[in-house]
Design a protein around this ligand. Structure first.
Ligand code: TYD
Length: 139
């Protein structure tokens, strides 16, 4: 399976009517895990790069509920970039995938749904360490 197939872009159902729009995301339905944690990132801008880590245990879905940002996704071999610019789209990021979030618009609110409670110990924050681990996994 290619990296793009694994980290798929998900289009959420949009219950729009004349009163406005409503997007629903239910764990284990629209996204492939039970949601244990929600956080959001705002007040970032086009000069910063966030993320820069891979997670041993956590799966994520990233959604720009306002504004836009980009996510660079890699497994150390393949790489692709997703532009998050609609509240009804998200990108699913499985375990052990490296991600960088950048190019935030000033109105960007990046919502993140996670499959785990926070545990700083499951983060790999050094790219060389990540490549080493992935090399061992790939080989
Ligand atoms: P960080 O992982 O650097 O954010 P990003 O992935 O967007 O670059 O997290 C920033 C700070 O927030 C860091 O001190 C850890 C803390 N944090 C929590 O306490 N709980 C969480 O669920 C998250 C995502 C971060």
């Amino acid at each position: 399976m290619t990296l793009k197939d694994r980290c798929r872009v998900i289009q959420f159902a949009d219950f729009g009517d004349e009163r406005g729009k409503l997007v629903v995301i239910e764990g284990n339905q629209a996204i492939p895990f039970k949601i244990k944690r929600v956080f959001y990132i705002y007040d970032s801008d086009s000069t910063v790069v966030r993320g820069q880590h891979a997670n041993k245990e956590s799966e994520f879905v990233l959604i720009n509920v306002a504004g836009q940002s980009k996510v660079r996704i890699t497994d150390g071999k393949e790489e692709f970039i997703v532009e998050l610019n609609k509240p009804m789209m998200g990108v699913y990021i499985p375990k052990m995938i490296w991600k960088d979030m950048y190019d935030f618009s000033s109105d960007s609110v990046l919502l993140v749904l996670a499959s785990t409670h926070y545990d700083g110990k499951e983060y790999i924050r050094n790219y060389d360490d990540y490549l080493k681990i992935m090399g061992e996994i790939h080989d």
